[in-house]
Design a protein around this ligand. Structure first.
Ligand code: ADP
Length: 246
């Protein structure tokens, strides 16, 4: 197996509380890797350590074999490790097409004022439109972002992260708050991303996890409690006891 992302004995404490406790994990290239566990298990903290949003207390993180433990998050993005962020209010009166084009200009390191930047970069606008089609946002790409239905805003957040051309995409409950009948679609779109893109996903809806994941890690009290394929995790009596409440 080709390992794209690896943690070794990763720890993060808040005071005396160990939110990430000695996590050693290998994520396979191209995986659809789900992180599950009860509330407060440390899933978001772990993703934030991977993304560089929070510093680690100890341990190491490797991206494609290189130690990235102390790199700031924007440098990790340039190296291909990206997480989603909530759409900033600043983007409220931009359209999805403008927002994604801006993200691509940023990726290409193009400076200057907004529309002066686009001059001479029409190919990026085409690329942005194609990307929005992939996320089923073509029909709304010229509407104001803050007027989009919530589910479409969540898809735009993922589209924005994808615009950075990530090798590894970190998603923290991308379908949270999305109406029930649209949640599957969000996960399907993520699942259908090119196989070269590895996805690490936090999701608490087990139906979604089981239909999405190629591999599952179960976190309990900051530590890896179990790991395996969907079939292995679904059949694991310990997981059923601590997580599924059976
Ligand atoms: P999960 O995503 O699995 O619900 P979190 O990573 O959000 O879990 O939180 C894990 C634990 O770490 C929780 O008990 C939470 O209260 C604690 N925690 C998270 N962030 C902080 C923080 N900034 N300061 C103190 N405790 C925190």
């Amino acid at each position: 197996m080709t390992v794209v992302l690896e943690t070794r004995r990763l720890q993060r404490n808040f005071g005396a509380f160990m939110a990430t406790n000695d996590v050693s994990l290998q994520i396979e290239q191209g995986a659809r890797h789900a992180l599950i566990g009860p509330n407060g298990a440390g899933k978001t903290t772990f993703i934030n350590l991977l993304a560089g949003v929070r510093p680690v207390s100890s341990g190491q993180i490797f991206l494609e074999g290189k130690d990235i433990t102390t790199l700031p998050s924007h440098v990790r993005v340039k190296k291909g490790l990206t997480r989603t962020f909530q759409i900033n209010q600043l983007f409220a009166d931009y359209t999805p097409l403008e927002t994604v084009t801006l993200a691509m200009l940023e990726r290409e390191g193009v400076g200057g004022s907004l529309w002066s930047k686009v001059t001479g970069h029409g190919a990026l606008v085409d690329e942005a439109a194609a990307l929005l089609s992939r996320f089923r946002l073509a029909a709304v790409m010229d509407e104001r972002t803050d007027r989009l239905p919530y589910g479409k805003q969540r898809l735009l957040e993922i589209a924005l992260a994808f615009a950075a051309k990530p090798r590894v995409l970190l998603l923290d409950e991308p379908a949270a708050g999305v109406p029930e009948d649209e949640r599957h679609e969000v996960l399907q779109i993520v699942s259908d991303l090119p196989s070269g893109v590895t996805v690490v996903l936090i999701e608490h809806d087990m139906d979604l996890v089981f239909s999405f994941a190629s591999r599952i890690s179960v976190l309990v009290a900051g530590a890896i409690f179990a790991e395996g394929t969907v079939q292995e995790i679904a059949a694991n009596p310990g997981v059923r006891a601590v997580y599924l409440g059976e």
